[in-house]
Design a protein around this ligand. Structure first.
Ligand SMILES: Nc1ncnc2c1ncn2[C@@H]1O[C@H](COP(=O)(O)OP(=O)(O)O)[C@@H](O)[C@H]1O
Ligand SMILES: [Mg+2]
Length: 328
């Protein structure tokens, strides 16, 4: 869609009731889909231009599945993905090609996400080719510029991934995403695999790039402190659903969902990382007492018996604050 035909208040990216089901187990070829896991159960959100939306939730709640669906790396089973108002879900690979570069992703694992057999330059060149950049000189220049942008020397182009540290590899992952000049950056736990001492450097780099390039970001993390640092608006996900969404200050100062309050208490306790084995809801999807129960039922310290038969929607609490809870 032409920019001029898209009204200014159209979100640059929106999800409408996205659903993803996996057959049970990761191999799953013998299983019946009916017995599968619903990893994402009707997620909707809107991302305005230049905005960063944080998505926080424990390991296994469906964050990566949602990210991969948004990039069309995984097909959605239901729902719509609106880029500037255009639904990407029904588009073919050919129709997607000109749009692919608009939405880029930074992956969690800086070790697994780079091809060890390719030099950094070759990796970046592949992406640029797909984006239609050709010509040796132009490619070299663009690669040198983007490496410099993420704080690496141009000579990094001639080296292989194993020659770099985790933090440097994540810089390369960011360079790969930025090389095609995206409008939207999906960051899927971009610092979770890094040493704590390196995390702040990468977050600062991302914040700087977001600012200077005017990027719109979906920033995913299991760590509420990281999301609070990086995002003005935050959505909380439990078992494939968003249970609360609010401006960051409102979420921290006046959380409405009991699960969010638990997350906040855990995040405020330095001895208890939210990703710990003693997680709040367990790591597997769909453990509700019954399909009719509130999605957070099994994890909720304030659940009432009525919550066992309540599967309501997000409601508007005012001030851009939304909550999915019978009791609030
Ligand atoms: N390829 C797959 N096949 C089957 N189940 C999967 C697959 N990928 C993820 N899952 C399951 O889907 C749920 C959500 O996983 P994921 O999206 O990776 O969560 P998160 O990123 O929040 O940790 C988990 O229960 C996980 O085990
Ligand atoms: Mg993940």
């Amino acid at each position: 869609m032409n920019r001029s035909t898209c009204p200014d208040d159209t979100p640059i990216l929106a999800a409408r009731n996205l659903v993803k089901r996996y057959p049970r187990g990761r191999e799953g070829f013998r299983s019946r889909p009916a017995a599968g896991i619903e990893a994402v159960s009707g997620v909707s959100f809107e991302l305005a231009r230049g905005e960063t939306l944080g998505l926080v939730g424990e390991s296994g709640c469906g964050k990566t599945t949602l990210a991969r669906m948004l990039l069309k790396l995984l097909p959605a089973d239901e729902g719509r993905i609106l880029y500037r108002g255009v639904d990407l879900v029904p588009l073919s690979e050919t129709e997607m090609r000109p749009l692919r570069r608009k939405i880029q992703i930074v992956f969690q694992d800086p070790y697994g996400s780079l091809n060890p057999r390719l030099t950094i330059g070759q990796t970046l060149r592949d992406g640029l080719h797909l984006a239609g950049v050709t010509g040796r000189g132009a490619l070299r220049q663009r690669i040198a510029a983007v490496l410099e942008r993420v704080g690496l020397p141009a000579s990094a182009a001639d080296r292989y991934p194993h020659e770099f540290s985790g933090g440097q590899r994540q810089r390369i992952g960011i360079a790969r995403a930025l090389s095609v000049e995206p409008e939207i950056l999906v960051c899927d736990e971009p610092v979770s695999a890094l040493d704590v001492s390196i995390q702040a450097q990468i977050l600062n780099l991302l914040a700087d790039l977001r600012e200077s390039l005017g990027l719109s970001c979906l920033f995913i993390s299991h760590d509420l402190n990281v999301v609070g640092y990086f995002c003005r608006r935050i959505a909380v996900m439990v078992h494939g659903r968003i249970v609360e969404e609010a401006p960051a200050e409102a979420l921290f100062d006046a959380p409405l969902h009991p699960y969010t309050r638990q997350l906040l208490a855990a995040a405020a306790d330095p001895l208890r990382e939210v990703a710990d084995a003693a997680s709040l809801v367990g790591t597997q999807a769909a453990p509700s007492a019954s399909p009719d129960a509130c999605i957070a039922y099994s994890a909720c310290p304030e659940a009432a018996s009525a919550c066992r038969a309540w599967a309501g929607d997000l409601t508007d609490a005012g001030g851009g604050h939304y909550v999915r809870c019978l009791r609030s």
